[in-house]
Design a protein around this ligand. Structure first.
Ligand code: ADP
Length: 161
């Protein structure tokens, strides 16, 4: 089975991201999660914190399977970062029709830039569909309860903040 690259911001990991990561483990042997680093944006959690939360969340949900997942930082094109990590699959989660429109454009252009990298769309489970990391950060910052939206280790990290 192939290696898959799963790019995103993961600031922080939500139940939506975890849902897609779990599904990706069914289509690839190893997953390389790529945390996109944009120097113009100040994230809530550092790369190291985000990386540890991804692995801890997966370890809690599927103990042992975290050995099949690694996390890297990237700031170049996703298709180039995928290649650098020997991945042939590019995983993207789909929440709704507007995700699909945008993702189809990206998949089309990525496909022309890199014929050797195959985009794989995975559908969000209904409960996870509305979750975004941006809203999770905003709700948590205002003292709201985000326990339905993030894995346990992320909830603990947000509460500490
Ligand atoms: P990006 O800005 O690249 O979309 P994100 O961290 O927001 O970065 O998302 C990373 C990946 O996870 C994307 O493929 C996105 O579609 C997917 N994703 C994010 N939230 C959800 C969700 N609630 N359900 C399913 N997939 C999701």
């Amino acid at each position: 089975m192939p290696i898959a690259f799963f790019p995103g911001s993961f600031d922080p990991m939500t139940n939506g991201h975890l849902d897609i990561l779990l599904q990706a483990l069914n289509v690839a042997d190893r997953i390389v999660v790529g945390i996109g680093i944009q120097h113009s944006k100040k994230p809530l959690f550092s790369f190291e914190e985000r990386s540890a939360l991804i692995i801890a969340s997966l370890a809690q949900r599927l103990p042992g399977e975290e050995n099949r997942v690694s996390v890297v930082a990237f700031s170049n094109l996703a298709v180039d970062a995928a290649r650098e990590n020997s991945a042939t699959l590019l995983i993207r989660g789909l929440r709704d029709g507007s995700d699909l429109d945008y993702e189809m454009q990206m998949a089309g252009m990525n496909g022309q830039m890199a014929e050797d990298i195959q985009t794989v769309f995975l559908p969000a489970s209904p409960l996870n569909r509305p979750i975004t990391a941006t809203l999770v950060r905003q709700i948590a910052a205002m003292g709201g309860d985000v326990s339905a939206f993030v894995p346990g280790p992320v909830l603990a990290a947000l509460q500490k903040r």
